[in-house]
Write a protein that binds this ligand. Structure first.
Ligand SMILES: Nc1ncnc2c1ncn2[C@@H]1O[C@H](COP(=O)(O)OP(=O)(O)O)[C@@H](O)[C@H]1O
Ligand SMILES: [Mg+2]
Length: 442
C-alpha cells in the first residue's frame, strides 16, 4: 500500500509540474523572442532613417557603409539596404559590387519594398536559426525608396531559453524529490498503524481476546477503525465471558440436585428420588429455555397486550384460587410490537413469582395500559439490592424452591422485543414488576 500511495502522490505532483512548467516555458520563449524582435525592429528603423537621405538623393556615402559595418561588429546582426530597384546599397558583411541585385528576390525584401514590415525566424541552414526583420524605407508621405533588412543570429536567445529549460527541469527534480519524501512519510504513517492493527486482529483471531489496538495511532480514519475494532473485540470477549460463566453456573447448579438424587437413590428413597429427578428435569428445561430464548416466540408483530393479559390471567386464576390468592387484571392494554409467545412466557414467569410470594388471602393485581405492564403482589417484597440481583442467573432471595432463572429468561425475552423490565417496590409492601414494550404507532 505504501508504494501505491507514493505512486499516486508522485503522479499528482508530475501533473501539477507539467501544468505549471510547460506554459511557463512557452511564455518565456515567446517573451524573449518578442523582446529580440522589437529590439531588432528598432535598429532597423534607425538604419532606415540613416539610409533615407542617401536613397532619396541617390549618391553613395561611405558613412552609411561604415555605420552598418560597425553595427555588425558590435551586435553580430547583419544589415542589408536595397533601393527601390532592388540594388544593394549597403551590406554590413562587406563591400558591395556595383549594381548587385543579390537580395532583390528575397521574399521579405520584396514585401518591404511593397511597404510592408515583416519579421520572423528561419533556419540558417545548419542547426542555428536567425531572426529577420525587413522594413520599407519611406518618407513621411507614402513613397517607398528602398528597404532595410536585418538578420540576427538567435544563438544567444537559444542559449538563454535552454538555460531556462534546465532551471525548470532542476526545479521539477527537486520538487519531485521533496514530494517523494513527504509522500513516503505520509504513506508510512498510514500503512504502519494499519499493519499494527492487522497484527492485533491476528492475535484476537488466535484467541487472545484481551489484545487491543492503539486508538491514538495514525490518521483519524485508522484511529476510528481501531476503536471500532476494539469495541467489537470487547463485545466478543464479554459475550464469550458470559457464556463461559453461564456454563460454569449451570454445571454448578446441576450438581446440587444430582448429589441429592444420588443420596436419595443410595438410601433407597425412590419417591424422593423421583421428585429430585423431576426438579432436575425442570432445571434442564429452563436452562434450555434460556439458551433458546432468541429463537422462541416468533417474529415481533402487532399484538393487543390486553388480550394476552386476559388469557394468561384466566389460565393462572385456577392455581391462584387453590392457594387462596385473589388474581385480577385492569386496564385496556395497547397495541405493541412483540412476539406473542415471548410476552406470554414473560407473564407466566412474573405471575409464578407473584404467586410464590403471595400469602393466602392476599391479592395480585395485573394492569396493562399502553405498552406498560405491571404485576403487583402483596407479598414480603424485596429490598433495592435484591430487586437488582433478582435478574441474575440462579439468584434466589431464599432457599425457596425454584431455579433462579425465571427473571433472567424474562429479561432476555423482553429485551428481544426492544422493551425493558424491572422490579419496583409496590405500595402494598410487595413487588411491582414493570415491563415496558415499544408501542405500535398508528
Ligand atoms: N414478586 C416477588 N416477590 C418476592 N420475591 C421475588 C418476587 N419475584 C422474584 N423474587 C425473588 O427473586 C428470585 C429470582 O426469581 P426468578 O428469577 O423468577 O427465579 P425462580 O425460579 O426462583 O422463581 C426468587 O427466587 C425470589 O426470591
Ligand atoms: Mg420465578
Amino acid at each position: 500500500m505504501t508504494w501505491r500511495l507514493l505512486a499516486s502522490y508522485l503522479a499528482l505532483t508530475i501533473v501539477v509540474l507539467i501544468a505549471l512548467e510547460v506554459p511557463l516555458l512557452i511564455l518565456y520563449q515567446r517573451n524573449e523572442r518578442q523582446d529580440l524582435t522589437s529590439k531588432v525592429e528598432r535598429d532597423a528603423f534607425a538604419a532606415a532613417s540613416l539610409a533615407e537621405d542617401q536613397l532619396q538623393s541617390g549618391d553613395n556615402s561611405p558613412g552609411l557603409e561604415r555605420t552598418v559595418r560597425n553595427y555588425q561588429a558590435q551586435t553580430g546582426g547583419r544589415i542589408v539596404i536595397v533601393d527601390i530597384g532592388g540594388h544593394t546599397i549597403a551590406d554590413s558583411r562587406g563591400p558591395v559590387a556595383a549594381g548587385s541585385r543579390a537580395f532583390a528576390n528575397q521574399a521579405e525584401i520584396v514585401a518591404a519594398l511593397h511597404g510592408k514590415t515583416v519579421s520572423g525566424i528561419r533556419s540558417a541552414g545548419d542547426e542555428s536559426h536567425v531572426l529577420y526583420v525587413a522594413i520599407p524605407v519611406e518618407s513621411a508621405g507614402a513613397s517607398v525608396f528602398g528597404a532595410v533588412r536585418i538578420t540576427y543570429p538567435t544563438s544567444a536567445l537559444d542559449r538563454r531559453i535552454s538555460r531556462y529549460r534546465l532551471a525548470l527541469a532542476a526545479v521539477a527534480v527537486i520538487v519531485l524529490a521533496v514530494a517523494a519524501l513527504i509522500g513516503l512519510l505520509l504513506a508510512r504513517s498510514i500503512a504502519r498503524p494499519l499493519r499494527r492493527l492487522e497484527g492485533v486482529a491476528a492475535r484476537v483471531g488466535g484467541g487472545e481476546l484481551s489484545a487491543r489496538a492503539s486508538e491514538t495511532d495514525g490518521p483519524s480514519d485508522v484511529r476510528s477503525l481501531a476503536s471500532e475494532f476494539n469495541r467489537a473485540t470487547a463485545k466478543l470477549a464479554a459475550l464469550l465471558g458470559s457464556q463461559e460463566q453461564f456454563v460454569a453456573d449451570a454445571s454448578h447448579e446441576l450438581r446440587t440436585p444430582l448429589t441429592a438424587l444420588r443420596l436419595r437413590l443410595e438410601n433407597g428413597e425412590t419417591d424422593a428420588a423421583l421428585i429430585e429427578a423431576e426438579r432436575l428435569a425442570g432445571l434442564v428445561d429452563e436452562l434450555l429455555e434460556l439458551a433458546r430464548a432468541d429463537a422462541s416466540g416468533g417474529a415481533p408483530g402487532d399484538l393487543a397486550l390486553g388480550d394476552v393479559v386476559e388469557r394468561r390471567v384466566e389460565l393462572w386464576s385456577a392455581l391462584a384460587e387453590e392457594r387462596g390468592v385473589q388474581l385480577e387484571w385492569r386496564g385496556t392494554g395497547g397495541l405493541i410490537r412483540a412476539g406473542e409467545g415471548r410476552v406470554e412466557q414473560v407473564l407466566d414467569n412474573l405471575l409464578s413469582n407473584a404467586l410464590d410470594a403471595s400469602p393466602p388471602g392476599s391479592a395480585i393485581t395485573v394492569t396493562a395500559d399502553g405498552g406498560e405492564l405491571h404485576v403487583v403482589d402483596e407479598g414480603a417484597g424485596l429490598n433495592a439490592e435484591q430487586r437488582e440481583r433478582a435478574f441474575d442467573r440462579f439468584w434466589r432471595a431464599s432457599k425457596a424452591p425454584g431455579s433462579g432463572l425465571g427473571l433472567s429468561i424474562a429479561k432476555r425475552l423482553v429485551e428481544l422485543d426492544g422493551g425493558t423490565i424491572e422490579l419496583q417496590a409496590a405500595a402494598t409492601g410487595g413487588v411491582d414488576a414493570v415491563v415496558s414494550y415499544p408501542v405500535r404507532r398508528a
